[in-house]
Design a protein around this ligand. Structure first.
Ligand SMILES: [Zn+2]
Length: 413
């Protein structure tokens, strides 16, 4: 089994006392790192031997704590300070490997001094520093406290280390390193599902489930719209406008974050509960030219189907995009008869065969059937494994060459 290191980032919300403790830790880690760098530079200039990792740790942490100049190092986690020196040692090792040609790639420079004015402050805790994710969801950091974390998803296993980062905007993040099996194939399940990405609902499933974007997301989107309208009324170059621009940017980021978190939960559930997931190949580019563009892009289907695709690959499920060459909306999923075109506002219809259809559920059932025919024929047409990278999670861009033919099935009147 191949193990990979995955990084999981979450926002942290330290309270006032914790922010002070973090500032102290950032400061101490910086001092120890810089002391180490200075000691090695001086040794080098004096023509002395390279100061070993062990000696550095003894002189700059253990012994330094008993001197009046550095007595305050005792106020922070010493394992965290060791880690700051470990970072310095790693930077030196990389530098030596680089100049000796052992390390490929561009040549590295010697480590540089850290400054309190750096855009990014970071400290690291490893297993032996006894950081802990508590049952109540808080992150316990030695000599700092139990910090509130916004968990946007679950960690797949126990993290081996965590870095705490403060960025230029004053936000705090926890970056966990987790060892994970490259493939975490889930035990097979019997059900398969077709998904109609609708306009009245975010998604409608072939089993009749209708998924609506949650209220908090719709509310946040409404607020964003209002802020954007406010912004358009502000005079160019005014202070009020500058303030409004920042507000819109913040609201926009919040909506995007919230939507991504929600889509992660939904896509994980769908992949866990189904052996195969089929969606229509929407060709969002084609749709985007119509007046539906705005709601389509708000719904963020491209990002969502991308999540389904890589999660299916990771967990050993089938994912298929079904070409919309057939009119999935007006074809009866029971008898296969193709009925007359329907206006968008027709939400339910009856087929002459006697079946009553909900428009979207019927479409989802057709998508499921088409997907099963395409992909499930015991490997006959299973598309070769081009597994998209799970990291980064960039929104997948629909093929620009997609022809308008693909959207024929969607009746836009
Ligand atoms: Zn029928």
């Amino acid at each position: 089994m191949v193990l990979v290191q995955l990084r999981y980032n979450f926002r942290l919300y330290p309270d006032t006392a914790q922010r002070e403790a973090l500032a102290r830790s950032f400061g101490c880690a910086r001092v120890v790192f810089n002391d180490g760098l200075r000691l090695r530079q001086q040794a080098r200039e004096a023509g002395e031997e390279y100061v070993s990792d062990g000696e550095l740790s003894r002189r700059l942490i253990t012994e330094a704590k008993s001197t009046p100049e550095r007595v305050w190092l005792g106020e922070v986690s010493s394992a965290m300070l060791q880690q700051a020196l470990a970072d310095l040692n790693a930077a030196y090792r990389n530098f030596f490997a680089s100049i000796s040609g052992k390390r490929k790639g561009r040549k590295l420079a010697l480590p540089r001094f850290r400054s309190r004015k750096d855009n990014r402050q970071a400290i690291r805790f490893t297993k032996n520093s006894r950081f802990k994710v508590l049952d109540n969801g808080r992150l316990r950091l030695p000599k700092i406290g139990d910090l509130a974390v916004r968990w946007s998803r679950a960690l797949p296993s126990d993290p081996s280390s965590v870095a705490v980062i403060k960025d230029a905007a004053g936000r705090y993040f926890a970056s966990f390193v987790v060892q994970a099996a490259e493939e975490e194939v889930l035990p097979p399940v019997g059900s398969e599902v077709g998904i109609d990405l609708g306009l009245t609902h975010f998604a409608v499933l072939s089993d009749g489930t209708k998924v609506t974007a949650p209220k908090f997301l719709r509310r946040a989107a409404r607020k964003l719209k209002r802020l954007q309208q406010d912004l358009s009324r502000k005079i160019n170059g005014s202070n009020r406008r500058k303030k409004a621009v920042v507000q819109v940017a913040r609201a926009h980021a919040r909506v995007a974050d919230t939507r991504r978190d929600w889509q992660h939960k939904l896509s994980t559930t769908l992949i866990r509960e189904n052996q195969a997931v089929y969606v229509e190949d929407l060709c969002v580019v084609g749709l985007g030219r119509t007046r539906l563009a705005k709601s389509v892009h708000d719904a963020g289907w491209a990002g969502f189907t991308g999540m389904l695709e890589y999660k299916a690959a990771r967990y050993g499920r089938t994912f298929g995009r079904v070409d919309r060459f057939f009119p999935s909306t007006r074809m009866c999923s029971d008898c296969g008869r193709i009925n007359d075109k329907m206006a968008l506002n027709v939400r339910a219809w009856d087929c002459p065969c006697g079946s009553d259809h909900d428009r979207d559920v019927n479409a989802a059932r057709n998508i499921k059937a088409a997907g099963q025919a395409d992909f499930n024929d015991r490997g006959a047409q299973v598309r070769p494994g081009l597994v998209p990278a799970p990291r980064g999670e960039a929104v997948t861009h629909p093929d620009a060459a997609c022809s308008t033919r693909s959207v024929e099935g969607i009746s836009v009147h």
